[in-house]
Design a binder for this molecule. Structure first.
Ligand code: IPM
Ligand code: MG
Length: 290
């Protein structure tokens, strides 16, 4: 997110090897963080702060499980070349192996099992061979999870359904590229990007936890940032790496309590509503934990 926000014409033409994105992608790959959990949860208190109609998003609680170390992001060969007509072209390779699909689909099924027991696998199986295999493998694995209702959706339709009727989804599992796009879209449903945590997990459920908003350099050091996404990332760490759902529940309940009490940082306040700073919001959550 932070990196995505860096811009400007000079930056846009940097060669790939020098781009900061290669840093985060390298960390994900080196640490084997193949499972990216990106929740989009709209606390009822914040329904009015969303740019969507309250009845469309109130009570929204969906989880995107994005594969994070494969797909066209890492596929070889890739690069620049001359085509047969002597023209410059760029090319990338999308691929997924059976084992890569299986391990992320398993995370999707397990996640759904702990939640609303509905898993929607998103692909482009009407066009892409990679997606055809993806759909086959997910379908076959579904037999291990008879208690989870599995559906499949093409990514273009999923992009539409997310804004049309987002509450139809419980857990979405998808590849790296589609997950990148859909998770940005889903973040808007949750009112503010300042509310959303994320987890990137390896096979042993060790992970990297971060708010999805990055470091917001424009407001750094001014006591303006919403600390709730960071605090909620800590809750995810307790839930997923430390297997302490009890602690995670307590942290999340404390966040709910401060929102219910009306505390708002600038990003989640309605026009005219009183706001608190980063420190006051953090202190209120700590107090609510007690
Ligand atoms: C994200 C970001 C990254 C991605 C960029 C910064 C490489 O957009 O975490 O969603 O594309 O994965
Ligand atoms: Mg992204």
């Amino acid at each position: 997110m932070l990196l995505g926000a860096v811009g400007g014409p000079q930056y846009d033409t940097l060669p790939r090897a020098l781009r900061p994105e290669q840093g985060i992608l390298g960390i994900r790959k080196a640490l084997g963080l193949f499972a990216n959990l990106r929740p989009a949860l709209l606390y009822p208190e914040l329904a009015a702060a969303s740019s969507f109609k309250p009845e469309v998003v109130a009570g929204l609680d969906l989880m995107i499980v994005r594969e994070l170390t494969g797909d066209i992001y890492f596929g070889q060969p890739r690069g620049r070349r001359k085509n047969a007509a002597g023209e410059d072209e760029g090319f990338d390779t999308m691929h997924y192996s059976v084992s890569e699909i299986e391990r992320i689909a398993r995370v999707g099924f397990e996640t759904a099992r702990r939640r609303g027991k509905k898993l929607c696998s998103v692909d482009k199986a009407n066009v892409l061979d990679t997606s055809m295999l993806w759909r086959e493998v997910v379908t076959a694995l579904g037999r291990d999870y008879p208690d989870v209702e599995l559906s499949h959706m093409y990514v273009d339709n999923a992009a539409m359904q997310l804004v049309k009727r987002p509450k139809q989804f419980d857990v979405i599992v998808t590849g790296n590229l589609f997950g990148d796009i859909l998770s940005d879209e889903a973040s808007m449903l949750a009112g503010s990007i300042g509310m959303l945590p994320s987890a990137s997990l390896d096979a042993a459920a060790k992970g990297l936890y971060e708010p999805i908003h990055g470091s917001a350099p424009d407001i750094a050091g001014r006591d303006l940032a919403n600390p709730l996404a960071t605090i909620l990332s800590l809750a995810m760490m307790f839930r997923h790496t430390f297997a302490r759902a009890d602690v995670a529940d307590r942290i999340e309940a404390a966040v709910r309590r401060v929102l219910a009490a009306g505390l708002r940082t600038g990003d989640i306040a309605l026009p005219g509503e009183a706001t608190v700073g980063t420190k006051a919001m953090g202190a209120a959550v700590v107090a609510a934990l007690a």
